[in-house]
Every structure is written in C-alpha cells, then in structure tokens.
Design a protein. Structure first.
Ligand SMILES: [Zn+2]
Length: 446
C-alpha cells in the first residue's frame, strides 16, 4: 500500500500520514463565511481537500470529511442590514450559491456540514467549560480566552509571541488582561443574538470550528485540519489553544494549509477591486477547466489566475476531453468494451505516487497529458486495444482528481451517419463524405 506523505504546518515538515483510527481518515476543512457570493480563492481549499479525500478513498480508507458553514459573523449582520433581509435569509441565499459552485466543480459532498447557528448550545457550554477551568474570563458581558495560562501558544503559526503582542496592542482593548486574548463571546444587541450566562450576544469565530469537531468526535481529535494559509493565524492557532486548554491536545495530527489564489499577480483584495467570484469563473469556463486550473500548481504554492492562464487551461482540458471522446466513439463503433482492457498499472502507480507525495497534482496532471498524447497517436493509427488500456487508466486518474466522467453515447442516428460516411468514402464520393464528416465533427464525434 502507498504511504501518503503530507506537509504538516504544525511541525513545518513532510510526514508520513498515520491515521488515529485504522483505515479511517477524519478531516475538517474550514468552510466559508457566507455573507456574499464566494470568490475564486474560496474554491482552492475546497478542490485541494476534495482531491486529498478522493486519494485516500482510492487507497481504501474510509474518509469522514467535515466542512462547516459560518453563518454568524459581523460581516453577515452588516450585509443583512445592507440587503434589508434577515441574517438567516442572507446566509441561506449565499450558502446555496456556494453549494452550487461546489456542485459545478464536482466536489464530493462532505459527510457533515455543520452550521454555527445549529450548534449554539454546544458553543455556549464549551465557553462555560473554559471559564470553569480558568482559561477564559468575562468582562462586562464579553468573554475572552486567557492566552497567558496556556503553554505553547503560537506553535502552529510559528510566530514570536512578543511580535504578536506588539501587533495586538495597536488595536488594544482595555477590557482584556492581555492584548493576545481573543474573543469567545461578544455582547451585542445589533443583529442576530443568543442568550448566554454572560450576555445577549454571539460567539467568536475561533470557538465554532472546535465545537463542531467535538460534536462529531467526542474526544475532539481528528487526523487532518485544513484551510487556507490565511487561517493559520489567528484562527487555527486559537482553535488549537482552546482544545489544548480543555482536552490537552491540538485537535488534529496534521494541519494542512493551501496557498492563495492571486489575480494578475496581485493578491485579491477589496481595496484593489480585483476580487473575482467563483461563479463568474465557473460560468465562463465550466467546472472542469476551473478544477484543472486550481490543481495545476502545487497546493502550497501561490496560484496566479490571469485570462491567459484560464485560456490555456481551457485548451489543455479540451485536449483531454477530445482524445477520450474520440476513443470512446471508436470503441462503440467497433463494439469494444474498454472496461475489459488491462490497466496501465505502472502509469497508474506513478500517478498515485505523485499524489501521495504531498498531493503533487501538477506532476500527476503531466502524467495524464503524456497519456493523452499517446492516446492521440494510437487513435490516429487505429490501435484500439492499446487505446482501450489508456482510456481505462485515464478514466481512473481523472476520477481521482475529481473531474466529471467524459462519456459519450452514440445514438442510432450517429451510427447511421458513420455508416453513410464510410460508404461514401468507399464509393469515392468525397463531396458527400466531407459533408458528413463536418456534421460528425460538429457533434464532436470525429
Ligand atoms: Zn475554522
């Protein structure tokens, strides 16, 4: 069996994956805060961890994937006021548009999709437990985490506590014992709020994910916790802090972080006005091309999206699609069941090895392109047996990378057209055969 190596941000090193529960993988990936339509950057962790999940499943693991929806947040309240609808209406609308993007990207449904608003009792109890143990304190209805009581704060982000303090002092809140203490409960009467022992208010973001993991795994322990690099600090650091305080462990064995998506070599930001929405990319290029673009670079490296990059991914994806379609047309015309062909075990093995090496999707994709090249040659030379082996292998590779299956089913009319084409050609009626050929090409069958 293949070992899977992953880069663990907690230790800043590549490690061989060892699950907590034999043959099982538990994985939590922080989901979006649904205050507006998701941008293309939100799709990177979604697609990266979808491929990781598919890889583990291919290798025979049972995977439990949890990905939340954050439906309580200041940005949500502000957007609801702006759009003159309730927070719940707003989050329902944007959660739906997020899930529609996932569907177009052919992302496998997570086993659990917790919403913060559905976990409020657990969140309030968790904060009360932290106060009981002395790791949190209340000031005027707000509750803060007491960072000074915890050993090892800052390990994940590898940041110097003193530097952090200087940064935190800039926006110093005099109610806090220490500038690094973070909010667990915020007293407020603006927007949606809940009753708690401390005040009417709402929870802090960092508590939500820890509680949602706890609801599914009683000991709060999972194999992999994932998200974008921007979540490392403070979000993930603070998740770890709370878990260390209550459970004495750092939630996940492996913390994995993906790089940003840049637009035209610039970081996406509201102030630059270059925030690009996922749905716009999906509308223009379709799910498979966007998926290819998102996987074309190693997940930890920054990914640059430009029109040129997207167009070239479109061209590349069409190459894969055309070769497989044409081969499948030939198989049907010649009554070949390519599913019965032998796999190209060596190639498949190389491909899986690339993915098992900290998800090297870029190298895995180059193996696909090399096979597509071979396939085109085989089709041209009418080597259908060899084509069948390649197509069967490619189908599996594309499935592990999460691409929708490339299928073609010939209608009787299509088959009739092929017959007429061959007849015309054998009669040397090239005018007719050329015109039929054009129709077949238009239908992407030739
Ligand atoms: Zn989270």
């Amino acid at each position: 069996m293949h070992d899977v190596r992953v880069y663990n941000s907690l230790k800043d090193s590549l490690e061989v994956f060892k699950p907590i529960r034999e043959k099982e993988v538990s994985m939590y990936v922080c989901g979006p805060t649904v205050y507006g339509p998701v941008h293309i950057g939100n799709m990177r962790p979604v697609v990266v961890f979808d491929v990781l999940k598919r890889l583990f499943k291919y290798l025979g693991y049972k995977v439990t994937h949890i990905s939340n929806v954050t439906d309580v947040d200041d940005k949500i309240i502000a957007a609801a006021i702006r759009e003159k609808i309730s927070e719940l209406e707003l989050t329902k609308k944007y959660a739906e548009s997020y899930f529609k993007c996932l569907e177009e990207l052919n992302v496998e449904k997570a086993e659990y999709t917790p919403y913060v608003t559905e976990n409020m009792d657990g969140i309030i109890k968790f904060i009360a437990d932290l106060i009981d143990k002395g790791f949190a304190y209340e000031v005027n209805g707000d509750v803060y985490f007491r960072v000074s009581k915890l050993e090892g704060y800052g390990k994940l982000s590898n940041l110097d506590i003193e530097d952090l303090k200087v940064g935190a002092r800039i926006e110093e809140n005099l109610d806090k014992e220490n500038p690094l203490d973070f909010t667990l409960w915020k007293k407020t009467d603006v927007g949606i709020n809940w009753d708690s022992p401390w005040s009417k208010g709402r929870p802090g973001w960092h508590t939500e994910c820890v509680v949602m993991i706890n609801n599914i795994y009683q000991d709060g322990r999972i194999d992999i916790h994932g998200g974008g690099f921007d979540l490392k600090f403070p979000h993930h650091e603070n998740e770890i802090a709370q878990s260390l305080a209550l459970h004495g462990h750092r939630i996940a064995t492996y913390w994995m972080h993906n790089g940003f998506v840049n637009i035209d070599n610039q970081k996406m930001s509201k102030s630059l006005g270059n925030v690009r929405l996922a749905k716009d990319f999906l509308e223009t290029y379709g799910g498979s091309v966007v998926r290819l673009a998102l996987l074309s670079t190693h997940y930890r490296a920054p990914l640059n999206f430009t029109d040129e990059v997207m167009n070239s991914n479109q061209v590349e994806y069409t190459k894969i699609e055309n070769a497989i379609r044409l081969a499948k047309v030939r198989f049907q015309l010649n009554n070949i069941d390519y599913q019965n062909a032998d796999l190209l075990e060596d190639k498949l093995n190389d491909f899986i090895n690339e993915l098992a090496d900290d998800l090297n999707t870029a190298n895995a994709i180059s193996i696909i392109f090399a096979l597509v090249k071979d396939l085109n040659l085989d089709i041209r030379r009418n080597k259908l047996d060899s084509s069948a082996r390649i197509v069967k292998t490619l189908d599996i590779m594309l499935d592990v990378l999460g691409f929708k299956a490339i299928d073609v089913v010939l209608t009787e009319e299509d088959i009739e057209l092929f017959n007429k084409y061959h007849e015309a050609k054998s009669r040397k009626d090239f005018a007719l055969s050329d015109s039929i050929r054009e129709v077949l090409m238009e239908r992407k069958l030739m």
